[in-house]
Write a protein that binds this ligand. Structure first.
Ligand SMILES: Nc1ncnc2c1ncn2[C@@H]1O[C@H](COP(=O)(O)OP(=O)(O)O)[C@@H](O)[C@H]1O
Ligand SMILES: [Mg+2]
Length: 310
């Protein structure tokens, strides 16, 4: 048994002659916040609309917590909470009335205790008896989250959830997502904003022109193969340069002076360089590591992709 709450395989959407989504596959585990990252028009909303059953697929399969969308649509939908378009509310009703109305329309039995629990979870207890028209965008977003999680879905999907939110609202939303994920929910969010995904997601996929061009677990990972820029503060930079050139020639040296030497190296290589310098009677005072941001990686990936497609 796989522990994926969402498993998307070979998802494809064609409209007329155009292939809008092209053979996209990925998985989301519970506890995981997974980002679909890509520029406007990349196909993110189309992917999400297919996963949530709002539009037909041309090809591919979707499994939500073990339920196949084709074989058990209701079972799959029961595991899902989603905000695809901006959440719609009755603005002249209170938040609570909106939630109660929604709960009554749900095919699931939703207890009053659950409603109270969810209102607390999204921190709307002080505003829940006020009319929605008095709510800020962030509060409406939270009411939308409350609605989406009422039936305790194992998968949550949000399409560009932070559009229009101010930095404070974005931060609060992020905290909510992390809380929900920590309770075992798998979360899919889409965004065209790299910096935001970086703060919000555990893993991400880059979508461009309908194709998934890259997936990566843990954007800033500590895995051995990740290359970082590493600088060593030493008592003799020139000697360090000489030693590395002679004894560890595959390490690219970026720069050196009397007291530092900078290279690009993996985690393992960093340890080896340190041992090598120490073994040659050099003093290493400090090792500084500059990690690449997701933004750097995103541009690296898309630039590489562009070069390859020329
Ligand atoms: N119903 C449709 N008919 C024709 N083209 C569409 C339709 N829906 C989306 N598209 C096109 O598919 C592409 C991807 O759209 P979309 O999924 O909305 O991208 P994103 O959400 O990443 O901005 C765009 O080029 C868009 O114009
Ligand atoms: Mg979109």
């Amino acid at each position: 048994m796989s522990d994926a709450v969402l498993k998307v395989q070979s998802l494809t959407k064609k409209i007329g002659n155009a292939t809008i989504v092209d053979n996209v596959s990925f998985e989301i585990k519970n506890n995981e916040i997974f980002g679909l990252l890509g520029p406007n028009g990349a196909g993110k909303t189309t992917i999400i609309r297919m996963i949530t059953g709002l539009i037909n697929r041309t090809g591919g399969s979707v499994m939500i917590n073990g339920s196949d969308l084709d074989k058990d649509f209701e079972g799959a939908m029961n595991q899902l909470g989603a905000i695809v378009e901006n959440p719609e509310f009755y603005k002249y009703m209170t938040g609570r009335k909106n939630i109660l109305h929604y709960a009554r329309m749900s095919p699931n039995d939703i207890s009053n205790e659950r409603i109270e629990e969810v209102i607390k979870l999204v921190k709307l207890e002080h505003a829940i008896d006020k009319k929605v028209k008095t709510y800020s965008l962030g509060m409406r977003q939270r009411l939308g989250v409350a609605q989406a999680i009422l039936h305790k879905p194992s998968l949550l999907i949000f399409d560009e959830p932070t559009n229009g939110l101010d930095p404070q609202g974005i931060r609060e939303f992020r905290d909510h997502l992390k809380l929900l994920a920590s309770e075992g929910v798998g979360i899919l969010i889409s965004s065209h904003l790299l910096s935001e995904m970086q703060l919000m997601c555990d893993s991400f996929a880059v979508i461009e022109k309908g194709k998934l061009i890259h997936t990566k677990e843990h954007m800033i990972d500590e895995k051995a193969e990740t290359i970082h820029q590493v600088s060593f503060a030493v008592n003799d930079g020139e000697l360090a340069n000489k030693i590395l050139q002679e004894q560890f020639a595959e390490i690219p040296i970026l720069s050196f002076d009397a007291s530092t030497i900078s290279v690009t190296a993996t985690r393992e290589q960093t340890a080896r360089i340190n041992r090598l310098l120490n073994g040659n009677e050099l003093d290493v005072y400090e090792i500084g590591i500059t990690r690449k941001s997701l933004e750097d990686k995103f541009f690296e990936i898309t630039e590489q992709e562009m070069r390859e497609s020329v």
